[in-house]
Design a protein around this ligand. Structure first.
Ligand code: DX5
Ligand code: ZN
Length: 222
């Protein structure tokens, strides 16, 4: 298993200018991962892009692709995202009846598997499956749209996960997604996050690379 230097900063291209994606990716060359938000208009009430755009992003950057599937029937579509170049496929536990089988399938393809959960879904119901995963993505906004306000109560999930992962010495990363900016990233790091998705705080900034550096500094704890 690859080891990562924490904190991991993962800009979400959902907030980028889609007409200039190549340029936007070059402007965030100091990122650790690129977060790719796939929305199907069913699991969430919004439509973003699919596997072809994911593949185009993969051709335009050498960064690892962190692919967040906010879609129904992830089993049906997962192969197209693996083929598109995902380094980690994250699906929602609310969208599948057998998250462990899907994680095993993804990992057998040689990439990382992650699960995510909506703010209203209790982490307690899924603690037993954490050992099967490389990553858990805690949503700190309702999935579907960028630019929403951070939900601090979701940090309780992060603390619960951090205790479990440390106690059992699991190799599972905790990532947080939604409303991460200079005002919310430090408390997320203190709660135990390893990786941080930021959309509007990066691509909405005058200088996206400087925004990444600033977020990384604020998430680095002594
Ligand atoms: C929300 C997406 C997030 C979102 C983050 O459904 O999963 O990745 O784009 O955007 P900001 O950082 O603007 O909240
Ligand atoms: Zn996301």
């Amino acid at each position: 298993m690859t080891t990562f230097t924490r904190p991991i900063i993962a800009p979400s291209i959902l907030a980028a200018d889609f007409a200039a994606l190549g340029e936007q990716l070059r402007a965030t060359d100091n990122a650790d991962w690129i977060h790719v938000d796939v929305m199907d208009g069913h699991f969430v009430p919004n439509l973003s892009f699919g596997a072809d755009v994911t593949a185009a992003v993969n051709r335009s950057t050498d960064k690892q692709l962190d692919v967040h599937l906010m879609i129904e029937n992830p089993e049906k579509w997962v192969d197209s995202y693996i083929d598109a170049g995902a380094d980690c496929v994250i699906f929602h536990v609310e969208a599948t009846s057998d998250p462990v089988s899907l994680a095993k399938y993804i990992k057998a393809k040689g990439i990382r598997a992650g699960f995510s959960l909506r703010p209203g879904t209790p982490i307690e119901d899924y603690l037993d499956i954490v050992p099967e995963f490389d990553l858990v993505l805690v949503m700190s906004v309702e999935p579907g749209f960028g630019g929403q306000s951070f939900m601090p109560d979701q940090l309780e999930k992060v603390r619960t996960l951090r205790s479990l992962i440390d106690e059992q010495n699991l190799k599972c990363l905790i990532e947080i997604d939604g409303g991460i900016n200079a005002s919310t990233i430090t408390q997320s790091a203190e709660a135990g996050c390893d990786a941080f998705v930021a959309g509007s705080a990066v691509y909405g900034a005058m200088d996206p690379a400087a925004a990444i550096d600033e977020l990384r500094k604020l998430a680095t704890l002594d």
